[in-house]
Design a protein around this ligand. Sequence first.
Ligand SMILES: Nc1ncnc2c1ncn2[C@@H]1O[C@H](COP(=O)(O)OP(=O)(O)O)[C@@H](O)[C@H]1O
Ligand SMILES: [Mg+2]
Length: 258
Amino acid sequence: MEKEIKRRKFRTGIPGFDELFREGIPEGNAILVEGGPGSGKTVFCLHVAINACKRGKKVLYMSFEEPKDRLKSHINAFGWDSEKYEKKGLLMIKRFNALDVARSVEALLSEAKRELLIDIQPVLIPRGFEPDIVCLDSLSSISSAFSGEEARFRIYMEQLFRHLENTNTTSFLIRETPNPAHIGAIVSEKGEAVSFLSDGIIVLYNIIYSTGNRGRAIEILKMRGEDIDRRIVEVRIVNKKGFVVTPNRQLKGEYKLS
Ligand SMILES: Nc1ncnc2c1ncn2[C@@H]1O[C@H](COP(=O)(O)OP(=O)(O)O)[C@@H](O)[C@H]1O
Ligand SMILES: [Mg+2]
């Protein structure tokens, strides 16, 4: 049964984006941020993270892909000061090795034998830092590290989502999709498990117009507990600014989403 308590709403502070919601993202929701390579998933999450820090929220950015220094230089290129928020104890960027995580989960599961409830907290969230927001970049890298062990990946995901729910953490979990899965309704098995667990899905698209020009777009595909505009709208990634959504600009002309 859906919770009756009215939950507080989280606003991303990304120009134009919050206008696609009636109020915002319900706090504590687990949101998938999906899209193809280069569609802007990392930049989107970094922008959400920095805006949250500006409002005094604690953010943990977990990177299974890019090293911390590269992420920091992205942040700085957008004109934001990562060091300032790190010093204030509001931002923690932590690099993880997906294979190490997979191995630790395997070890925990074999120790627990038939007990499916493992404590993933030590494997995942650093102790002593209780974030309001978690960004995880990306589920796809973790899932590749578990390749051939779908059941384990599933258990791990269930534990992760449960942990985020119990701690009322709002989370942005990146998933790279090779092509726009939703359009052709092609959803892989692994993906299905994750989509089912999530409360919301934000999709980023690479666009190619028939003119040969490229563009970007964003869509909120699903958001439990909130009214949303279901439109694919234009996005730009701007140096010194970050993510800029134009909520009233729908895509024009002939184009393909990828
Ligand atoms: N400082 C910047 N100014 C303008 N565009 C940028 C900047 N940094 C990154 N980009 C653009 O953002 C794109 C998306 O990057 P990213 O978020 O890393 O993609 P993804 O994580 O989806 O693979 C890059 O390909 C680049 O074109
Ligand atoms: Mg990325």
